[in-house]
Write a protein that binds this ligand. Structure first.
Ligand SMILES: Nc1ncnc2c1ncn2[C@@H]1O[C@H](COP(=O)(O)OP(=O)(O)OP(=O)(O)O)[C@@H](O)[C@H]1O
Ligand SMILES: [Mg+2]
Length: 246
């Protein structure tokens, strides 16, 4: 069997007295969409930080494209084809939308004209072309979510880590973004998707991993996971989710 694109094994991270991620294992195959869900504070974003080189694990291993990522910087991982979005978005607010996206593209295209062409192509695809000259700080929430996605896509990843790109969007905006994520995946980009919007993650992911208090409590096909009593119990009392996954 071919090794998975991303292989996480026994990953742990502690912040002082808090075990944020505990012995986490998961894999993402080439071209797959895997959902990563769990109540607030479950350790999802921390797991992304560990996978993408922004945080160093206390123990455990991450392999990407068959090689250990130990000691690799986010920048080096990006060059290898891994890109992430941030739950707390950090565009450069005074720079134009297209300049923000160009920063992602420059890693692949040393010539700024090529980087700009790549940035414009991505903005076009995500329906942001009309905003490309505006400062990033002037965008609406829904547009900033797309900008965050555009910045990641401009790096031409084979694996995209998306951290709550749907949160705060209305139904129409969510539906549109779901279709865009599906289209990105349709071109062969594997996706690890953190998402509280259950309808989105249920319709996109072929497989879902559920975290609770840093630990994986369930994994499987969306419907099976949604009906898992451990998962339903973990979500009871989590007010950030409108209803238990159904
Ligand atoms: N840099 C940090 N220092 C200390 N504690 C942290 C740090 N980052 C995260 N934590 C804590 O680790 C736990 C996991 O946080 P994390 O952000 O990974 O959760 P999450 O699953 O992404 O939550 P949410 O759904 O709210 O985004 C939380 O209790 C959080 O307060
Ligand atoms: Mg988070």
């Amino acid at each position: 069997m071919m090794a998975p694109l991303l292989e996480v094994s026994g990953l742990s991270k502690r912040f002082g007295g808090l075990q944020a991620v505990k012995d986490l294992s998961l894999a993402v195959a080439e071209g797959e969409i895997v959902g990563l869900i769990g109540p607030n504070g479950a350790g999802k974003t921390t797991a992304f930080g560990l996978i993408s080189g922004f945080l160093a694990p206390d123990s455990g291993a991450v392999r990407f494209r068959g090689r250990s990522t130990l000691g690799l910087s986010p920048h080096e991982l990006c060059a290898l084809g891994m890109a992430r979005t941030f739950q707390i978005m950090r565009p450069f607010p005074r720079l134009s939308v297209v300049r923000n996206v160009m920063i992602g593209a420059l890693g692949r295209h040393a010539d700024p004209r090529d980087a700009e062409a790549r940035a414009r192509a991505v903005l076009d695809e995500l329906g942001l072309a009309a905003k490309s000259g505006q400062p990033a700080g002037s965008l609406t929430l829904a547009e900033r979510k797309r900008l965050e996605l555009a910045r990641a896509l401009a790096t031409e990843p084979v694996l995209l880590l998306l951290d709550e790109v749907m949160s705060g969007l209305n139904e129409v905006e969510t539906e549109r973004l779901v279709e865009e994520v599906r289209a990105i995946n349709g071109r062969g980009v594997a996706i690890l998707l953190i998402e509280h919007v259950m309808r989105a993650v249920m319709s996109l992911a072929g497989r879902i991993v559920v975290l609770n208090y840093g630990e994986r409590i369930a994994e499987g096909r969306p419907q099976a996971v949604a009906n898992d009593p451990k998962v339903v119990e973990a979500y009871l009392g989590d007010e950030s989710v409108g209803a238990a996954p159904a």
